[in-house]
Design a protein around this ligand. Structure first.
Ligand code: ADP
Ligand code: MG
Length: 181
């Protein structure tokens, strides 16, 4: 599913990754642990095509990410759900709208969108907060919206960059459970 072969990434004078190789197979759950600055976010940026390796190959599904043209990136990113430490929700949209927005771009009928979004919000336990804007949600609730948005497309791959970094212990445990479900 995800293959890194001899991947190095240099930013100016900093070597973020030095000859990294690994494989992640379908159905696998992998946690990447390392101190700050060790290159974890760089690996995620290479997977979603936000950065290109200095050398080596990055394969995600049928995509050779290191070779993709910027125009092909949206296609790749439809296969990947991404969750960030700082949530990255749209501040002027409600919880519901933040998730529905991801489906509206495909032009699906409204009743299908509503059913899918409500099912997802229910699964993560915040259906009653659907009309709240991000500033009216706790950190744990915001991350539940972000997970809903990342998964609403049923992506082949979900990547999360320190998804519990801004959460307390109880919410961290619950968010990890949702991600690993
Ligand atoms: P982590 O997520 O594990 O904290 P990063 O992948 O963000 O690590 O960073 C790895 C190294 O690359 C760090 O030394 C960081 O300072 C450097 N780095 C990351 N992004 C950039 C960038 N855009 N420009 C220059 N250096 C960067
Ligand atoms: Mg990081």
């Amino acid at each position: 599913m995800i293959v890194f072969s001899n991947v190095s990434k240099k930013y100016n004078n900093t070597t973020a990754l030095d000859n990294v190789s690994f494989k992640i197979t379908p159905g696998e759950f992998v946690s990447l642990v390392g101190e700050s600055g060790s290159g974890k976010s760089t690996i995620i940026k290479l997977i979603i095509g936000e950065e290109k390796p200095t050398s080596g190959r990055v394969i995600v599904g049928s995509y050779e990410v290191h070779r993709l043209h910027p125009k092909e990136l949206p296609q790749l990113r439809r296969q990947i759900g991404t969750v960030f430490q700082d949530f990255k929700l749209l501040p002027t949209k409600t919880a519901y709208e933040n998730v529905a927005f991801a489906l509206e771009v495909d032009g699906r009928p409204e009743h299908e969108i509503e059913e899918a979004v409500m099912q997802m919000l229910d699964m993560v336990g915040i259906a009653d907060k659907k009309k709240n804007f991000p500033h009216e949600l706790s950190g744990g609730e915001k991350q539940r919206v972000a997970i809903s948005r990342a998964m609403i497309h049923k992506p082949a791959v979900v990547v999360a960059d320190e998804p519990t970094g801004n959460l307390d212990a109880k919410n961290s445990a619950e968010i990890l459970k949702l991600l690993f479900k």
